[in-house]
Write a protein that binds this ligand. Structure first.
Ligand code: MF3
Ligand code: CO
Ligand code: CO
Length: 268
């Protein structure tokens, strides 16, 4: 069935369908895959080099250097005024942490490093958590559960599944483990631009929302909090989001492709 026929079929059922821009061409998919390969290599490089005693600014330098070496561009730098090449979010920072020479990683810290690479005009976006030295068992469990939430959501993805199932699965698993899901920030279409439609909710009601067509490329990036899901924006930089209660927050992000038969992770 082609796009128009599928739209007609689902519209008749009263189900929201993706716009044509949300369906990537084979050429675009190849481009996003190449960006994803570089992005993964950059995160692997961070993983091999991150350590207690280094500043988040040093992570920024590593990411900028490795991305350049591989022929890519760091998408965060100057994106809507963001001042650095990567986001580094430590402990109670939920996301959009700004690398800084005075933020030194210490034993017991958990940190999210979020890299987005542009290669030949195409974007791939992914993030990982790193645990520095001996981490509190609750923080460790939070990091594990946040990864499980993402992996469970991806495992359930298939062509013509429903968008809100992603969030349903994520929030269910987080809550079953005593944790909460940040609602205000979501995943997003990605590939031709950094942030595209649709918004990918990390909570929701199962069997609702847009039907997912093959060729859609988007991120899933649930932010899971130890305590309350409530967050606030750091007014001093207008970027970094923190947990209201000062509890830990953990996030992993993949760029995924819906294929004709299932799902493919393009960046992790
Ligand atoms: N990489 C983030 C995301 O997952 C976006 C960061 S925007 C930036 O969507 F400007 F802070 F880099
Ligand atoms: Co993203
Ligand atoms: Co990201």
């Amino acid at each position: 069935m082609n796009y128009d026929e599928l739209v007609k079929k689902y519209k008749a059922l009263g189900i929201e369908t993706p716009t044509k821009e949300m369906i990537k061409t084979p050429e675009q998919i190849e481009g996003i895959k190449r960006a994803g390969i570089i992005n993964t290599k950059v995160l692997d490089y961070v993983e091999a080099n991150i350590h207690a005693g280094m500043s988040t600014e040093e992570i920024d330098v590593l990411v900028a250097k490795k991305t350049k070496e591989l022929g890519g561009i760091c998408a965060p730098l100057n994106y809507e005024g963001f001042p650095k090449s990567v986001c580094t979010s430590v402990n109670d920072a939920v996301c959009h942490g700004i690398p800084d020479p005075h933020t030194i990683l210490k034993n017991g810290d958990i940190i999210n490093v979020d890299c987005t690479t542009i290669y030949q005009g195409y974007y791939a976006d992914a993030s990982r958590m790193f645990m520095i030295g001996e981490v509190d068992p609750v923080a460790k469990r939070l990091v594990e559960v946040s990864k499980e939430c993402l992996d469970l959501a991806v495992k359930n993805l298939k062509p013509f599944s429903r968008l809100r199932d992603i969030g349903y699965i994520i929030e269910k698993h987080a809550k079953e483990n005593g944790f909460s899901v940040v609602h205000e920030i979501g995943g997003h279409g990605v590939g031709v631009e950094f942030h595209e439609d649709p918004f990918i909710y990390h909570y929701g009601k199962k069997n609702t929302g847009m039907v997912l067509f093959p060729g859609m490329v988007f991120t899933i990036e649930p932010m899971i909090n130890e305590g309350s899901r409530q967050v606030f924006l750091d007014a001093s930089n207008n970027w970094t989001i923190y947990t209201d209660d000062g509890g830990w927050s953990s996030q992993f992000e993949y760029t995924v492709l819906i294929t004709e038969t299932g799902v493919q992770i393009l960046a992790h």
